[in-house]
Design a protein around this ligand. Structure first.
Ligand code: UDP
Ligand code: MG
Length: 327
């Protein structure tokens, strides 16, 4: 029987939390009112995670396992799982139990009311450093101002999406995937469930500062062209100031006034304009770099192996909607 619910769980070096996770997932799968599958996406873990996960997928028919050929990052791992999901409602959650599996039941209730996207908002966030909370808050404020779409705050990737919204998401071809922004962009009827976010059940965060910065950069670059427009405005401002300064110099010269003829002002201006120029070239470079990676049209990820999925043809015909995108 094809599953009604698909759970998608990205996993990177989570061996410490897996026994707990699998127990909670078992409980959730038992509690659900319809057939469900759990898709465990191993994002190139270097620890024992893939061994544990694959064993689970072999011994329990409700579990599927897919391993990427290296660490492609959280957002890509989520996308991998969602592409392979065959349920009518797909729920993405973290492996570290910071997204409590039971909250999925509330999401499903909303889904049954007819919402296509149900996201989970964090009322509290335990065990996260002040630094992380403050930078996250600042980032979402800024992004909210810079982009046209409304990306909800205090929301991660813990989300239920209906098949309709999922198809819209998978039809978005971009390589640079800021998943929470993409779901905000898609529209449809969206609902929110609130939850208290506990700290990690075990292990440590897999989001290094560098990974967080990369995520923030893709958020900005994929959803805003404000940095590009910044070049226009700084350029305009600097030119206007230069013109005013020039007029002032001419006036002083005409009045034969005694004014400072130092070259320090020139040095200041030249370095300032040089700096502004480089900054703006850099901004352009960032966007051009993204264009470059989009036009290369490489696959989003490479799969090393998978277990527990129905053969492709069967999976496709088992769906009530065509899955042509896969081709
Ligand atoms: N994750 C992943 N690939 C990565 C980094 C993280 O699949 O490169 C997974 C990780 O295993 C976890 C989820 O993404 O299931 C969220 O990561 P984490 O809990 O470390 O992030 P945090 O909650 O600290 O923001
Ligand atoms: Mg976490």
């Amino acid at each position: 029987m094809p599953p009604v619910y698909s759970l998608v769980i990205p996993i990177f070096n989570e061996e410490a939390v897996l026994p707990l996770l699998l127990r909670r997932l078992d409980a959730l799968l038992d509690a659900l009112d319809a057939p469900a599958e759990a898709i465990l996406v191993d994002d190139g873990s270097l620890d024992a995670s893939p061994i544990v996960l694959e064993a689970k997928a072999r011994s329990d028919a409700r579990y599927r396992f897919v391993r990427l050929s290296r660490n492609f990052g959280h957002q890509i791992a989520i996308t991998t799982g969602m592409e392979r999901a065959s349920g009518h409602a797909v729920i993405v959650m973290d492996a570290d139990l910071q997204d409590p599996p039971e909250v999925a039941l509330d999401m499903i209730a909303k889904w049954k009311e007819g919402f296509e996207v149900v996201y989970a908002e964090r009322l509290t966030r335990d065990g996260e450093s002040r630094f992380k909370r403050m930078t996250a808050d600042l980032f979402y404020r800024l992004l909210g101002r810079m982009s046209e779409i409304d990306i909800p705050r205090n929301v991660g990737d813990f989300r239920l999406v209906d098949r309709k919204a999922l198809d819209a998401f998978l039809a978005m071809p971009e390589r640079d995937r800021f998943v929470r922004g993409m779901f905000a962009w898609i529209g449809f009827r969206q609902a929110v469930v609130k939850f208290h976010r506990p700290s990690r059940a075990a292990g440590e965060t897999k989001y290094s500062l560098a990974k967080m910065a990369r995520l923030a950069a893709s958020g900005v670059v994929s959803f805003s062209d404000a940095p590009l427009r910044l070049a226009l405005w700084t350029g305009l401002t600097i030119s206007s100031l230069a013109i005013l300064y020039g007029l002032w110099v001419i006036a002083m010269w005409a009045l034969n006034a005694d004014f400072e003829r130092g070259w320090s002002s020139i040095v200041v201006l030249v370095t300032f304009i040089g700096g502004a120029n480089m900054l703006m070239t850099g901004v352009l470079g960032v966007y051009v770099g993204r264009i470059h990676s989009e036009v290369k049209r490489r696959p989003l990820y490479v799969v090393e192996r998978e277990t527990g999925f129905a053969p492709r043809v069967e999976a496709a015909s088992g769906r009530d909607e065509p899955s042509a995108r896969r081709a």
